[in-house]
Design a protein around this ligand. Structure first.
Ligand code: AN7
Length: 351
């Protein structure tokens, strides 16, 4: 079997059979020393979920969700996706010998994610519409075709993702003051909050971190609801280079706003420029390579430092996806490599 990681917490996961597992979870909690110095904040950790088998945190939800599909005798699984859910679904469905169907917003999914969904043998369908439309369609198609729907409307996805909270407490040995993460469909912030709430109910911890959700300025319905202290959102037409969180009508908005309010947390928005700047700092100064949407958590940290975040806080930023997911975004941000004649002089002229 696997070396336990997510399934170390099997007693808190709603699955009876042997799990479909690819060694998901157990991701590192890196100390962000450059950012601590720059922002003058006591402790900053980065939990790099890009180091999961498919390169994103989605694997935690899929190991539980796909195992549940087997338990329920399903023959096919499906999802709509901005990319990472589809990559993870395809990978776990392959392991489980299940048919996988994914709907993607055509032309708006990072190349690495499409490559994964294709090679892991999913039926990959691009629709001429946004993620929100794709989700609406895949819910109807799954009903008609009896596919097991594995978007985060499926509670078993959130059960797996709550293990992020368990690992943070296990690794730190205490509860951090704040957890900062990017928010798109808002499943992850809801799941992590649930994890902390369960630990508190079990008497294993006595405080809960301030859940701090970061959205792209162009896809910010939860941020807008938060600033107006609302419990429901107004959908927006999403636009951001952080295509993983290019979502206008998050299905878990109510749970996410509840998590933010109950934990005395907050929501913040960051521009595409702030996201790319944070992506470069993480890679160039901390050695942590993430895709644009993941860097939103650190862009939010930078924006909130000195304003909402106290200097003596211990903060955990969740970076949700690996840099390799979106190589084209890197070329756009850094430019292409310089090309020179193959001789010493030419090389020395550009060092
Ligand atoms: C890298 C990355 N960072 C953050 C998010 C936001 O998490 P949620 O707020 O739980 O949605 C996603 C989400 C991706 C999808 O929604 C999908 O793959 O369909 C992501 O891939």
């Amino acid at each position: 079997g696997n070396n336990l990681r997510v399934w170390k917490y099997a007693d808190l996961l709603p699955v009876k059979i042997k799990p479909i597992s690819l060694n998901e979870g157990g991701t590192p909690l890196f100390r962000a020393e450059y950012l601590e110095r720059e922002l003058n904040i006591h402790r900053i950790y980065v939990k790099h979920e890009g180091l999961n088998p498919s390169g994103s945190f989605k694997d935690r939800g899929m190991t539980v969700g796909v195992t549940k599909a087997i338990e329920l005798g399903k023959k096919a699984v499906a999802c709509a996706s901005t990319g990472n859910t589809s990559a993870s679904l395809a990978m776990y469905a392959a392991k489980a010998n299940l048919k996988a169907y994914v709907l993607l917003p055509a032309g708006k999914v990072a190349l690495g994610k499409v490559a994964q969904a294709l090679m892991h043998n999913a039926k990959v369908i691009g629709i001429k519409g946004n993620f929100d439309k794709a989700l609406e369609l895949v819910r109807e198609i799954s009903r008609q075709e009896n596919f097991y729907l594995l978007n985060s409307v499926n509670p078993f996805r959130l059960e797996g993702q709550k293990t992020i909270a368990f690992e943070i407490v296990d690794e730190l040995g205490y509860v951090p003051d704040r957890v900062i993460l990017p928010v798109g469909n808002a499943g992850n912030i809801s799941a992590i909050y649930k994890g902390f709430r369960e630990l508190k109910t079990l008497g294993l911890i006595d405080s809960i971190p301030k859940m701090t959700g970061i959205q792209a300025k162009g896809a910010n319905p939860i941020y807008r609801a938060f600033v107006e202290s609302k419990k429901v959102i107004e959908p927006v037409t999403p636009e951001t280079i952080a295509t993983a969180i290019r979502i206008g009508n998050p299905v878990n908005a109510r749970k996410a706003l509840n998590a933010i309010y109950e934990s005395n947390g907050l929501a913040e928005e960051v521009s595409d420029e702030e996201i790319i700047s944070a992506q470069k700092i993480l890679a160039g100064k901390e050695g942590i390579g993430v895709e644009p949407a993941s860097a939103a958590s650190v862009a939010g940290l930078i924006k909130l430092a000195g304003r909402e975040i106290d200097v003596d806080e211990t903060v955990v930023c969740i970076t949700t996806g690996h840099l390799l997911k979106d190589p084209e975004a890197v070329i756009r941000a850094c430019g292409s490599p310089i090309e020179v004649p193959a001789d010493i002089e030419s090389i020395k002229s550009v060092l």
